[in-house]
Design a protein around this ligand. Structure first.
Ligand code: M6R
Length: 606
């Protein structure tokens, strides 16, 4: 989603803004812009529908936008097409504004402002903000912001400049994430900590309804009613700020290769002295009384939930519903105080997952967060938080985010099984041993990279690709298919292998590529039939099976053997094959792998 940076301090603002916007590029965007106040109190802007790099060229390395206070933005279009007139910052006579989120009542406000004589230049919801600020500007910058914000509904993070106070930024947060950063004689506002990572480790998270007045020598935070609020300043680790490719061509590839290490770190955190440890007040009592589990999430996090469902149900004997958060929030889920709701999210800021959680909390569920980003909104909302220790994930397509989510969910399933006395100690230790081998087996798949690259470069893809599997292999197929389409723009479908003949098999024709995931020995015969069905209709079948499972090879056009593991944990290992495959197919097509078109890393709007 949109990225925001605001700077006021001792240095040339444009340099800091460009540098920070480059760090925000990973979020995904389709236009970008900056505004800087000069010594004569003029606000100068530069905007582009290309990459941030072109802002640097257009402004002649910042020479055309001199000044020490400014704001910058990368826009992911919601209202209005991605063009210059809709790119931020949006201006009125005295104000410049950057915005993340959606102002839901903007059309009503816009009508009023038009009646007042304001002339709109863009199709955005944001442009009402500078005009409202202008209209409300009677006493001071701060007073105008407070009055304006009280009129807005929806979700927003705003950072605002005012000509009359050229060394001041005002930042406002309501439902969209915003942080403030503290430096020496310079301060910041930003949509996430990576934006300020080159300048400070000291940050504070704004809460909903808070307004920060940022000057070079200090920051004051107010409530929406104008009362001073005391904020806790946190020092974030260098590691969580690290956004270096470490020599890899893309962040996605680096993150794929980081998986064994990220997995180990995460697993070790929840396996203290070889035993499971999920400490949270009241949790064990809840585990004993719950009758069902809802897992709510979006995209790959939802797929992690689908893969984990098998372990939860089979090990703990509790019914699990895995729900797409954007559907759940508008449905009538049966939730009570005997429901455990697990929200899974890498960013911890996904708007639909947040809304689903709110609903669950209102209905009395005990809520657990499985998130990667520390202190994110979801982590702060839930009764218990179990972090994935993946480190920062920069590529839009999640890889280590997904596998570490699945790591926590699998261990949590075992923990619940133990607390409910559903598992023998010996069996539990067998599973834990199996999990300890996951990083090694992931590494074995990583060693196959050259073969996977060859496969990617040689595979002929017509109009569409199919991924088929059953049970946990179907869960792998779902994530594999999403990976391929999001970064390579190749249409693909994932299908439960047995469901294909109920309609979708009509799409199979001569040369259609079908990936068959056959890592479940118990269902091997069924998969053999499904492979034969599609091959009989002309499909070119590329199968993956576990080492030693010989029967699939003979009936496939190509076969790859992956490390053996317990079925419940196979998505953790076998997905790595498909992550690499998608990566190399996208590389061959010369796609923008880390920042695929139309996508955002953190979906903070509905
Ligand atoms: O930050 P979250 O885990 O809540 O994000 C959920 C999805 O938007 C995310 O997994 C998305 O599907 C990824 N681009 C998939 O690679």
């Amino acid at each position: 989603m949109c990225g925001i940076i605001g700077y006021t301090g001792k240095n040339k603002a444009s340099t800091v803004l460009f540098d920070s916007l480059l760090n925000l590029e990973y979020r995904g965007y389709d236009s970008a812009g900056v505004a800087v106040i000069d010594d004569n109190k003029n606000i100068n802007t530069v905007k582009t529908v290309n990459r941030v790099q072109s802002l640097i060229q257009l402004s002649e390395n910042g020479e055309k936008i001199q000044g020490k206070t400014g704001i910058g933005h990368t826009r992911w279009a919601t209202h209005g097409s991605p063009d210059i007139k809709n790119a931020h910052p949006h201006l009125s006579e005295k104000f410049a504004v950057v915005h993340n989120g959606i102002i839901e009542n903007y059309s009503l406000i816009k009508k009023e402002l038009i009646k007042d004589g304001f002339v709109f230049k863009s199709e955005t919801d944001t442009e009402v903000v500078p005009f409202l600020l202008e209209k409300n500007y009677k006493v001071s910058f701060l007073e105008s912001v407070i009055k304006t914000v009280q009129k807005l509904s929806g979700s927003f993070a705003l950072v605002i400049l005012c000509k009359d106070e050229p060394d001041t930024l005002i930042a406002v947060k309501k439902f969209s994430p915003l942080i403030i950063g503290f430096g020496e004689n310079e301060n910041f506002a930003a949509s996430d900590i990576t934006a300020v990572s080159n300048y400070t480790q000291k940050i504070a998270y704004l809460d909903d309804g808070e307004i920060a007045v940022i000057k070079p020598d200090g920051i004051k935070v107010y409530s929406i009613e104008g009362k001073l609020v005391c904020k806790e300043i946190k020092t974030v680790s260098r590691e969580s700020l690290s956004i270096d490719k470490n020599g890899y061509e893309h962040f996605m590839l680096k993150e794929i290769y980081e998986q064994p290490q990220a997995f180990t770190k995460t697993a070790e955190h929840y396996l203290k002295k070889g035993d499971l440890s999920f400490e949270a007040s009241g949790l064990d009592e809840v585990i004993r009384k719950i009758e069902k589990i809802h897992i709510v999430a979006c995209g790959s996090a939802y797929h992690a939930g689908l893969a984990a469902k098998f372990a939860f149900e089979e090990l703990s004997g509790i019914e699990v519903n895995v729900e797409i958060a954007s559907e759940y929030r508008y449905s009538f889920p049966f939730i009570s105080d005997k429901t455990l709701v697990i929200a899974v999210s890498q960013s911890g800021e996904t708007a639909d997952t947040i809304a689903a959680l709110k609903l669950a909390k209102e209905k009395g569920a005990y809520t657990v967060a499985v998130v990667n980003v520390k202190n994110s909104t979801i982590s702060r909302m839930c009764d218990s938080v179990f972090y994935t220790l993946a480190g920062s994930e920069i590529a839009v397509a999640t890889t280590k985010g997904y596998t570490t989510q699945l790591c926590v969910l699998s261990l949590f399933a075992l923990y619940i099984a133990r607390k409910r006395n559903r598992i023998e100690t010996q069996q539990l230790h067998k599973f834990i041993e199996e999990i300890k081998y996951v990083p090694l087996k992931m590494t074995e798949v990583l060693y196959m990279a050259e073969d996977i690259k060859n496969l990617a470069y040689k595979t002929v893809i017509n109009s569409s690709v199919f991924f088929i599997g059953r049970n946990t292999d179907y869960a792998i197929s779902q994530e594999a298919s999403l990976k391929l389409k999001e970064i390579s723009y190749i249409h693909s479908e994932s299908y439960a292998a047995g469901e294909l003949k109920h309609g979708t098999i009509s799409l199979i024709e001569e040369g259609t590529t079908v990936f068959a995931v056959c890592c479940n020995k118990d269902l091997e015969d069924k998969m053999i039939s499904n492979i034969k069905e599609v091959r009989a209709r002309g499909a070119f079948v590329i199968s993956v099976a576990q080492v030693g499972d010989k029967n699939i090879g003979g009936i496939s056009d190509k076969i790859f053997y992956l490390p053996r593991t317990n079925r419940l944990f196979s998505p953790l290992i076998h997905i790595v094959f498909f992550q690499l495959l998608s990566y190399y197919i996208a590389l061959k097509k010369d796609c923008d792998i880390d920042k695929p078109r139309n996508l955002a890393k953190s979906v903070t709007v509905e």
